[in-house]
Design a protein around this ligand. Structure first.
Ligand code: B16
Ligand code: MG
Length: 215
């Protein structure tokens, strides 16, 4: 049975996905590359480099220019998240974290972001987490299962006893590849193969989640 819960960060516990979008939009505008909110959907949950590659498509840039653009985007992002607080937690997130802890589950973050620590600190939830796996934890980014396997290993729990909350197709693929249970958050179109799909974390408890897995 399930002993560990691994949360994606952007788009699951917090609304910072909007700031990733705004930072990419600014970079794309400066480079004269067409980009919009809809194109940004494809970048959900994927690494900084993979995101940039999708944005530039077959335009030719040197490795040096690519590095510079990744850094520029990140500077915009870090600027945008400067003022985030616990108000940027998505509805239901804190009560679920507290409920899971009381129920005796171990809790990890499994985020592709290299800014995950900074974001977690600003959200004020560090004390509610047992493990933080982030963009520095493994070499191969989502959709490879490595990040979630690393998180489970750090928790000391077998992958089959972990459930992952994800909002992105790449993350769901990663979690399924790791042999974990998967809860997809948000729009069903992008959540394909998740075992369960939920619109939000509001009013969710460990008890209710277990009941959903039994259905
Ligand atoms: P960074 P998650 C992901 O975080 C974001 O969803 C994605 O938009 C971003 O490109 C990626 O982190 C890398 O972030 O540039 O800060 O290292 O959803 O896995 O928590
Ligand atoms: Mg995400």
């Amino acid at each position: 049975h399930i002993q560990g819960v691994i949360f994606d960060l952007d788009g699951v516990l917090t609304d910072t996905s909007e700031y990733h979008y705004q930072a990419w939009q600014k970079l794309a505008d400066e480079e004269g590359i067409p980009f919009n909110r809809q194109a940004n959907e494809a970048l959900r949950g994927i690494s900084r480099r993979a995101s940039l590659m999708l944005i530039i498509g077959n335009r030719k840039y040197s490795e040096l220019q690519i590095q510079e653009m990744m850094e520029r985007k990140n500077n915009y992002y870090v600027e945008l998240i400067e003022n985030i607080t616990h108000n940027n937690l998505l509805p239901g997130a804190v009560s679920l974290l507290d409920n899971l802890r009381v129920a005796g589950l171990k809790i990890a973050i499994g985020s592709a972001s290299k800014n995950a620590h900074l974001v977690i600190e600003k959200l004020g939830i560090i004390d509610k987490l047992d493990v933080i796996a982030d963009g520095y934890s493994v070499q191969k980014p989502k959709p490879a299962p490595d990040l979630f396997l690393f998180a489970a290993q750090q928790l000391g729990i077998a992958p089959q006893q972990c459930v992952v909350f994800e909002d992105a197709a790449a993350g769901i693929e990663a979690a399924l590849g790791a042999g974990m249970w998967v809860v997809g958050m948000g729009q069903p179109e992008r959540l394909g193969n998740a075992h369960i799909i939920l619109p939000s974390l509001v009013d969710l408890t460990w008890e209710k989640l277990q009941a959903k897995f039994r259905d």
